[in-house]
Write a protein that binds this ligand. Structure first.
Ligand code: GLN
Length: 485
């Protein structure tokens, strides 16, 4: 049995049947990381010793007749999520050497479910970016083409799953950071509804938009991981105290009568023709499976980008005020206190500094109403667009990103073109819907294309089931497993 080829679901079955052990699977993945990750660079930290200990513990639990949703399954965690005893940098030099004394809620949930934690994956600094090029450490490469970006900010997690260096991974999605890299790397990426998962221990970027998401090689794998980590926790007052659906059981593949909306504002000039063709073909496939498609309109789509780039930097500027060299991470000693703070904060990279400046400006007296206040009002209009749309349809289908993976360096000096990579994902975050990206084909360069399926608030199971039906019919997942590096 080639252990790294198995999906998470297949590994669970093999473990349950006693055909393999968690130690064997963990070792196989760690070997693969040694073999592949010098090139791909998806991990910032590999917690190999801890992983093997957790794997041995999982095997002991199984030998005692225990089971768990992820018992013995090796998973990767984005480095913006706190892990007790393992470095957590958020991709920033300002947190270099920070070892949290506690686990984030989602890491606690992973451990309760019996998962093995392989290490911490690369991210754009504080999750600000769409390519991992803003990481304070290095750029991750796309496993399909090493000259290209894996997307971002959760690019390390997406690349690790695509290159079979983890069975699944956690990321975060504030404006598209799970769905866009999933699309670029040819894996499934789910962004659950805001509040669905406690963010306790997730380093804050933009608090009204941040949410943990997950990557899997298949829809089923993604659903299993979602279910394992989702839930309420009193330490995050924005988390929702409502039951988590049995997402895996909801994957019947039956979508007869499902109403699928194709928003006309998402099929516009500027989108690559091969992306449009693949996404339209995927929608036709959903129709063949019994869905009804309807053209819909989300009239305020064009404002999503400016609204996001006011609200997210405004919140980030407040959240990042805490990095002063006193409470977390390294401190650069200066002549006096102010000088020390100044020099320590100079450890932020250029994109983070840009966002702090944008955000501070948007919130400053005299500009607050014109920028931040107005952005909040337009956000409500965007929310209302979705509310109206979900009165007509159950799921919205659109491209995840207007292009496939771009070249490393191609957009690094042009923030606006980088921001455009998320033009189709931002609205989900602004409107508190949920969404996922699923592979729907390849362009002529052999790069994966992503179909985005968006659901109403808390409708993760509906979205996952639509994706599952599509996956079972289109079977891009199998092509992916054969051809990824
Ligand atoms: N690319 C977007 C940004 O730079 C979204 C990032 C994210 O979702 N974390 O802000």
């Amino acid at each position: 049995m080639n252990l790294t080829e198995l999906t998470l679901t297949e590994l669970r079955t093999a473990l349950r049947r006693g055909e393999t052990s968690s130690v064997a699977a963990t070792q196989a993945i760690l070997d693969r990381i040694v073999e592949q990750d010098n090139e791909i660079k998806s991990y910032l930290t590999i917690t190999d010793e801890m992983a093997l200990e957790q794997a041995a513990a999982a095997d002991r639990r199984r030998a005692n007749g225990e089971d768990g949703p992820l018992l013995g399954v090796p998973i990767a965690v984005k480095d913006i999520i706190a892990t007790k005893g393992a470095p957590t940098t958020a991709g920033s030099k300002i947190l270099e050497g920070f070892i949290p004394p506690y686990d984030a809620f989602v890491v606690q949930k992973l451990k309760e479910a019996g998962a093995v934690i392989l290490g911490k994956t690369n991210t754009d600094e504080f999750a600000m970016g769409s390519s991992t090029e803003n990481s304070g450490y290095f750029t991750t490469r796309n496993p399909w083409d090493l000259t290209r970006v894996p997307g971002g900010s959760s690019g390390g997690s997406a690349a690790a799953v695509a290159a079979k260096m983890a069975y699944a991974a956690l990321g975060t999605d504030t404006g598209g950071s799970v769905r866009q890299p999933a699309s670029f790397c040819g894996v499934v990426g789910l962004r659950p509804t805001y509040g669905r998962i406690s963010r306790w221990g997730v380093i804050a970027f933009a608090s009204s938009l941040d949410q943990v998401g997950m990557f899997g090689r298949t829809v089923m794998d993604t659903a299993v991981l979602f279910q394992a980590v989702a839930g309420y926790d009193k330490r995050d007052s924005t988390s929702l105290n409502i039951p988590v659906p049995d997402a895996a059981a909801a994957l019947t593949g039956d979508i007869k009568g499902l109403r699928v909306g194709a928003p006309k504002e998402y099929f516009i000039e500027g989108i690559e023709s091969e992306v449009e063709t693949a996404v339209r073909a995927a929608i036709a496939q959903l129709e063949k499976l019994g869905a009804e498609t309807v053209e819909i309109s989300l009239p305020h789509t064009q404002y999503a980008l400016p609204v996001y780039y006011l609200i997210a930097p405004a919140e980030a500027s407040a959240n990042l005020a805490r990095y002063d060299g006193v409470r977390y991470g390294p401190r650069v000693e200066g002549a006096d206190m102010i000088d020390s703070v100044k020099q320590t904060r100079a450890l932020f990279g250029p994109e983070v500094k840009r966002r702090i400046m944008l955000g501070t400006y948007a919130l400053s007296a005299g500009y607050y109403d014109a920028y931040y206040g107005r952005a909040l009002k337009v956000r409500t209009l965007i929310k209302n667009d979705f509310k109206t749309a979900f009165e007509q349809v159950d799921v919205i289908a659109a491209p995840t990103s207007p292009t496939t993976a771009f070249k490393i360096g191609e957009r690094a000096d042009d923030p606006l073109s980088m921001y455009l990579a998320d033009v189709f994902t931002l609205s989900v975050n602004l409107s508190a819907s949920c969404g996922l990206s699923i592979p729907c084909g390849f362009d002529s360069k052999g790069l994966p294309i992503g179909l985005q399926l968006i659901g109403d608030t808390l409708q993760e199971a509906t979205v996952l089931n639509a994706a599952y039906a599509y996956e079972q019919a289109a079977r891009w997942d199998q092509q992916r497993l054969e051809t990824a590096v």
